[in-house]
Write a protein that binds this ligand. Structure first.
Ligand code: AHG
Ligand code: MN
Ligand code: MN
Length: 340
């Protein structure tokens, strides 16, 4: 029987039953995330009507001006996740320190890192935005129970992720999930208020003729990326002997969703403007969860010099170069880094 049409609730419980010793905590946590994403989808959809467009008067830890919706969606995530007893602590793009579970609530065995609203510069122009999350086990729980998790507990490589996902608020709201057993895409059916499995076992074609990069940064890139993009642009007249198409949405969620559906390569490489920061995209709540999803769909995700999920994190908000997508194209960009 095809799995298409199954609700995400049923899907999550069936996944839980594959592991007989499961406590149901991960299922509970995923259900909380699903509820938060439904609420955010509703707010994003109505943002113009209810006056949530535009900038706030504050900056986040990255020194970026926060949109009103950056703050509100962060609050939605925290309020949906802090009381149900599945988490030991949280980390958010919008909050400098890690977020502790209030004393009145029980603590659970998982940690979550999230970007509550990715691509938020797109909010006021009515383009896709999203929510990205990464779930880790809290190391202390395996020994003697959690007291007050610290930043050190979050400093786990991407390979340690238990689950990762993102929700994209586009023409339809889609939630994409991996628990290390393939990638599954669900569409929000607003009439019944449920995410429905519409894209089972998403896979990324190995080859592609489509790239996504912010071309306005071209003069700041390193030579390997300069070489790769100039070869793409030369098309049939250059060494690649085929034409390439380009896309740039400026929302990682939308770019990765496109790569998952029809292949492609997405890059936010190192450039001389961001050398001291190490890149633009954030490791813990952008690069790692997206890398887990991309690898589970048969793609590759690298900094150009290292597999992203092998990076030992040193900071919750650290940034990394990102080159991900169709296997053979990412391998080519990596090989250009080796010969430079
Ligand atoms: P966020 O809105 O969470 O800060 O993330 C935006 C990120 C990413 O989604 C996107 O790929 C990139 O920044 C856009 O960068 P440009 O502004 O250079 O286009
Ligand atoms: Mn983001
Ligand atoms: Mn964001």
């Amino acid at each position: 029987m095809s799995d298409i049409g199954k609700s995400i609730t049923q899907f999550i419980i069936e996944q839980q039953r594959i592991h007989p010793d499961s406590t149901g905590d991960l299922s509970g946590l995923l259900n909380d995330i699903v509820s938060a994403c439904k609420k955010i989808s509703h707010l994003v959809n109505r943002s113009g009507i209810i006056g949530l467009g535009g900038a706030s008067d504050s900056e986040n830890v990255q020194g970026e001006v926060q949109k009103k919706l950056d703050i509100i969606t962060n609050d939605v995530m925290v309020e949906h996740l802090n009381w149900t007893g599945h988490l030991a602590a949280m980390a958010s793009e919008e909050i400098e320190e890690i977020i502790q579970i209030p004393d009145q609530f029980p603590k659970g065995k998982y940690l979550i890192a999230f970007d509550p609203l990715d691509g938020s510069s797109n909010i006021d122009v009515n383009l896709s935005v999203g929510t990205i999350f990464s779930i880790l086990r809290c190391p202390e729980t395996e020994v003697d129970g959690v007291t007050e998790p610290t930043i050190d507990d979050f400093m786990q490589k991407g390979t340690e992720q238990v689950c990762a996902g993102f929700c994209v608020y586009g023409p339809s709201t889609m939630l994409v999930l991996t628990m290390g057993n393939g990638v599954y895409g669900f569409s929000l059916d607003r009439d019944v208020g449920e995410f429905i499995l519409t894209h089972p076992r998403m896979t990324i074609p190995e080859d592609t003729a489509e790239f996504a990069i912010n071309m306005s940064n071209q003069r700041f890139w390193e030579p390997p990326v300069q070489r790769y993009i100039s070869e793409c642009i030369k098309g049939v007249d250059g060494s690649r002997e085929k034409n390439f198409n380009m896309r740039w949405v400026a929302s990682m969620v939308a770019e990765v969703y496109r790569v998952l559906t029809r292949g492609g390569i997405f890059m936010y490489p190192l450039d001389i403007k961001s050398t001291t920061e190490g890149g633009k995209l954030r490791l813990m709540y952008e690069a790692n969860p997206m890398s887990f999803i991309v690898e589970q769909a048969g793609g590759v995700s690298s900094t150009g010099r290292q597999r992203i999920m092998d990076i030992q994190p040193e900071n919750v908000h650290q940034r990394v170069p990102v080159i991900l997508g169709s296997k053979n194209e990412v391998a080519r960009v990596v090989s250009y880094h080796e010969t430079n």
